[in-house]
Design a protein around this ligand. Sequence first.
Ligand SMILES: [Fe+2]
Length: 358
Amino acid sequence: MSFDVSRKEAQQPAPPSTGHNGNAVAVLPSMSTVTANRLRLNPNTEHKPENYEGLQLEFSPLLFSSLERYLPPPMLSLPRDSKLHYMRDIILRYSPDGERIRVQRHREYRQKIISHYQPLHRELYTMHASNFFAPSFLKAINENKEEGFRSIMAEPTLGVFTFEMFQPRFCELLLSEVENFEKWVHETKFRIMRPNTMNKFGAVLDDFGLETMLGKLMEDFIRPISKVFFSDVGGSTLDSHHGFVVEYGIDRDVELGFHVDDSEVTLNVCLGKQFSGGDLFFRGVRCDKHVNTETQSDEILDYSHVPGRAVLHRGRHRHGARATTSGQRFNLLLWCRSGYLHPWRMVQHDTQITFGLS
Ligand SMILES: [Fe+2]
């Protein structure tokens, strides 16, 4: 099996019948050298990790504290230095030079775009909440209370929340910016990376300068809601994101198969334009082991997109998109991730590397 939490590989289809999910979570335990002492699949939340602050380490002390919760039970009682040595070995083993080079190239790729692309609507590149958001959404965020969130939301199936989020003007500007970027790509024949392996069209917003604004969007607007509704998957510790726009239509991506996202929490907002079809379908949340199990009747939801309206759900909530049968549909996606919950993501975040197992 190969695994890569990088963005280009991130969105994973839920395979139909093998009972095996190629997605991220069950990866670290497959290391051959520790077969007898496998890391845990889930963290031991009752274990209080050592304090690794103040040591000369190549990686964040918090990474070691988080990873310690995944250690095999017999190792937990070992001295701190032994655990540290073991965990450092794991981290270094899965940070091969090839990955470092890949990440360095991605950094250069992004720099190249940013130094040549001229943004059309500069007001999008910094957060202007009162210009971006619907007043009802802004009010609920400012109050920061569960009842306030619930008052603006529908929850048509457990764990899928929908609410009016963006002003029409924001949607128009963002669409126009994406089209301007696509035009630049076409004119300069720049070879861009698409958002993930399942979408052949669309653009990564973080790659052309919107990373800071989207980071703010996640921290100040999505994390407070996720803290209330998705605390079980690290909703209160979301600390990185992957932001992109997807494009659907007859001459674009038409539909999206059944899959789970490489995120703790996914924000999906329709930006327009005119289209028919393209419903999102949801079929319940599953752990890695049971990702292909049958759907219960109360887990079935088919949702029709409304421009400006957001859908917020756990990344592991199984879903897909039906065919967009006419017109063009653009959606903003923000995959929100928690490095605290997934130490291997934190490695990626801290050192700009990804793991690759075989
Ligand atoms: Fe998805």
